[in-house]
Design a protein around this ligand. Structure first.
Ligand SMILES: Cc1ncc(COP(=O)(O)O)c(C=O)c1O
Length: 388
């Protein structure tokens, strides 16, 4: 946590340059009025280059990125898409919006998708898998990609939390057929609201680009009002102002990740000594964005005790344990499609995930962390009944 802490004159200057160039806020057209200023296109090109992906498409949010990526797969009603039980509601919402059936797999001690449970949930109707890098820790992509490749399933990475992370020196978001990103205000880099999709294939990119723009194929030989189209779509376009902020933030991505990794290590060095605290696992060769420091304690009561002690000390937790109902599929009884896909009983559909999440605590990591913060966290945790 995150890019918003480093917003400054660079973002202001990028935004000013949009107005200095003619004030065109729309990504397409107005070529005579914009004096060569194309922020969304520049943001896409720079993002693709930094991530090592052939194609990138900027969109209006991370949720839109998921929805548009699924549109490129041209799913039919009844097709199944598997994601994981610990994610934000947006991942499942995007599957439902695509008219596909949402299925969730259990997580393991990495708090990401358990590949062994994924295999059990695959049916002849499964078309795609969305692996999520929750809170900045890479999911077990080596195993998950192998499972998808062997069965001809499309792998999408929900990289909302993984921007700037990698696994085995390959950037998160580039392992799968597509990788989606969020630039909302809580993410590693932010454009206020915004998102990006990375693609391996030109065909997926073209379908997604048209679909996020009402089907416009942006034929360079035709004016926009006469543009060709092969399907309907929607409007999930990013604006020039969001992209201007994104261009400045992207230059700060590595600095943000470096600071988060350093600060997380400083906190962990102190608190790992506390009896009863156990680290969240990460796959081998994981390079985490360190958006959060997540650990397990012996019980839910102790997890709640950690939050209470931290809040009393003027500190905080992030998502776990306080916001679990927005991030655990076992509680989403308001989504009838998900309930039906899990036999009508969501509450007992993910016993392992429930057990792990009930005793997980997540600390926010700040870029501009106060020097005494690790010690304050340690002192707060030492006060928790059940930990010492
Ligand atoms: C895992 C995950 N996917 C998708 C999203 C949606 O991103 P946005 O808020 O940009 O729509 C989020 C947002 O927090 C998220 O945590």
């Amino acid at each position: 946590m995150p890019g918003f802490e480093v917003i400054g004159k660079e973002e202001q200057s990028e935004v000013n340059s949009v107005f200095a160039s003619g004030g065109i806020l729309f990504r397409h057209g107005f070529d005579q009025l914009r004096n060569g200023c194309y922020k969304v296109k520049d943001f896409e090109r720079n993002f693709a280059e930094i991530m090592g992906a052939p194609y990138a498409l900027a969109v209006s949010s991370g949720t839109a990125a998921l929805r548009v990526a699924l549109a490129a797969l041209e799913l039919k009603a009844g097709d199944e898409v598997i994601t994981q039980s610990f994610t934000f509601v947006a991942t499942v919402e995007a599957i439902i919006e695509s008219k596909a059936v949402p299925v969730c797999a259990e997580i393991d001690e990495t708090l990401n998708m358990d590949p062994n449970d994924l295999i059990k949930r695959i049916t002849p109707k499964t078309k795609a898998v969305i692996a999520v890098h929750m809170l900045g820790t890479p999911s077990r992509l080596v195993e998950i990609k192998k499972i998808c490749d062997e069965r001809g399933l499309a792998l999408i990475e929900d990289t909302a939390w993984g921007c700037g992370g990698s696994l085995a020196n390959t950037k998160l978001g580039t392992w799968g057929r597509m990788g989606t990103f969020s630039f909302d205000f809580a993410k590693t880099i932010t454009t206020g609201e915004g998102g990006m999709i990375l693609f391996k294939n030109e065909e997926d990119f073209k379908k997604a680009a048209a679909w996020h723009d009402h089907g416009h194929e942006n034929n360079p030989k035709l004016p926009r009002w006469e543009d060709s189209r092969s399907s309907s779509g929607f409007n999930f376009r990013m604006s020039e102002l969001q992209a201007a902020v994104g261009l400045a933030q992207l230059k700060k991505l590595q600095t943000v990740v470096d600071a988060q990794r350093k600060n997380k290590d400083l906190i962990w060095k102190l608190i790992s000594e506390v009896k009863g605290i156990e680290a969240r696992r990460a796959p081998t060769n994981a390079y985490e964005t360190s958006d959060a420091l997540v650990f397990f304690v012996p019980s839910n009561e102790i997890a709640k005790g950690c939050r209470k002690a931290l809040v009393e000390a003027g500190l905080a937790t992030k998502i776990l344990p306080e916001a679990v109902t927005w991030h655990f599929a076992g509680t989403w009884v308001h989504m009838p499609e998900l309930v039906a896909a899990h036999g009508g009983d969501l509450k007992s559909a993910f016993p392992k995930s429930q057990e792990l999440l009930s005793r997980a605590v997540s600390l926010p990591i700040r870029v501009n962390m106060a020097e005494n913060e690790p010690l304050k966290i340690l002192e707060a945790l030492r006060k928790v009944e059940g930990l010492r």
